[in-house]
Design a protein around this ligand. Structure first.
Ligand code: SF4
Length: 58
């Protein structure tokens, strides 16, 4: 993997997001399917499992 790879992300509610730069601050993330998903739709099959809410409510 090239050292200059970036993770572009616009999820502003995540504590790892740099919303002004549209970037994730982490060096790597885990992408996983939603629980019990078999729809084949991207929004079901490709959730960011590294997400942490700013307020840590969940
Ligand atoms: S951890 Fe996931 S949701 Fe959070 S900023 Fe990084 S890529 Fe986006």
């Amino acid at each position: 993997m090239p050292n200059n790879q970036k993770i572009l992300c616009s999820v502003g509610s995540c504590m790892f997001n740099e919303s002004k730069d549209n970037l994730c601050k982490l060096d790597a993330i885990q992408v996983s399917a939603a629980a019990e998903s078999d729809s084949g739709a991207p929004y079901d099959e490709t959730l960011c499992a590294s997400y942490k809410n700013h307020h840590k409510k969940k």
